[in-house]
Design a protein around this ligand. Structure first.
Ligand code: MF3
Ligand code: CO
Length: 289
């Protein structure tokens, strides 16, 4: 359906199309004509949708803050799950992982050589020297948010501390590459280059994702991509930066019994941080961290 310059804009701003997204659409069309992969407008969040995602994100971040206050050796990963469920539901929201494609718990908890998608369990007890990723995702009024942090349990070796720190810096490097009319591949390239420069490797098979109206939307986000490749970054495009960085080799495998938990093949530690970002006219904005 073609929209005329004087029609209301597709974004729901109430402004005329010619005063709103018309110039942007023309610019995007130019990139598409050059053979670039461009996002369909349905992936571009409106200001109202961004506000909804931010409300969801506030609860998501409150969950991680609540975990940060109490996490310590001797706790089980089920204890973490209980906190997430409690904080989320008290705020009137839903933990997005719960029953997502059969996932049995409210949060992912991944320790040491677990790369991601660890399942909370009363029998998994945090030990001194562990590193753990707590990956929280929230649905509020139909809006999804998603972020994860690493926690150090007690006295953690210098080697593992460094991995956790550099992985966070990888996310910051990726974030710096988020610019309007750049490419998604720039983000993964920045992450991968930084990890490699520190002697680490980045998981190839699992990446980030678009998010907002669904848990996992397009685009899929690789963290080992090449600059100038992948989807054009258009204002409103909203996605996660969540590289999994391995101390050793990048290869992974999936737990055959539970069908979820991903481990490093070489048994060495892996770290991950996740933020949720939206492209803006000026650069980008982090919505959840
Ligand atoms: N939070 C994970 C992500 O970042 C999603 C895990 S799916 C789940 O994409 F079911 F395991 F929660
Ligand atoms: Co995610």
């Amino acid at each position: 359906m073609k929209i005329s310059p004087n029609d209301p804009c597709w974004c729901g701003s109430g402004r005329k199309y010619k005063k709103c997204h018309m110039a942007q659409d023309e610019k995007v069309r130019m990139y598409r004509d050059l053979g670039k992969l461009v996002p369909p407008n349905k992936l571009l969040k409106t200001p109202e949708q961004i506000e909804g995602i931010k409300r969801s994100a506030r609860i998501n971040m409150a969950c991680l803050d609540a975990v940060a206050e109490v996490i310590k050796a001797g706790m089980s990963t089920q204890d973490i799950d209980d906190i997430i469920y409690e904080v989320t539901t008290r705020a009137g929201a839903i933990p997005a992982p719960l029953d997502y494609e059969g996932f049995p718990k409210s949060v992912c908890t991944s320790i040491n050589d677990e790369v991601c998608h660890g399942i909370p369990d009363p029998d998994i007890i945090l030990k001194d020297g562990d590193i753990i990723n707590v990956d929280v995702s929230t649905i509020l009024d139909g809006y999804f948010s998603d972020s994860s942090r690493m926690f150090l349990i007690g006295d953690v070796s210098e080697e593992k501390r460094r991995l956790v720190e550099v992985t966070k810096e990888c996310v910051e490097q990726g974030l710096k590459a988020v610019k309007p009319y750049g490419f998604l591949g720039d983000v993964g390239a920045a992450v991968n280059a930084y990890a490699k420069a520190h002697g680490y490797s980045v998981v190839r098979e699992i990446g980030g994702h678009g998010i907002g109206l669904e848990f996992h939307e397009d685009p899929w986000v690789s963290f080992v991509s090449d600059p100038g490749t992948g989807m054009l970054l258009v204002p409103g495009l909203t996605f996660t930066i969540e590289p999994m960085v391995n101390m050793g080799r990048p290869e992974i495998y999936c737990d055959e019994d539970n069908g979820w938990t991903i481990y490093t093949q070489d048994g060495r530690p892996s770290a991950q941080w996740e933020i949720l970002v939206t492209v803006t006219e000026e650069g980008c904005e982090v919505l959840c961290w």
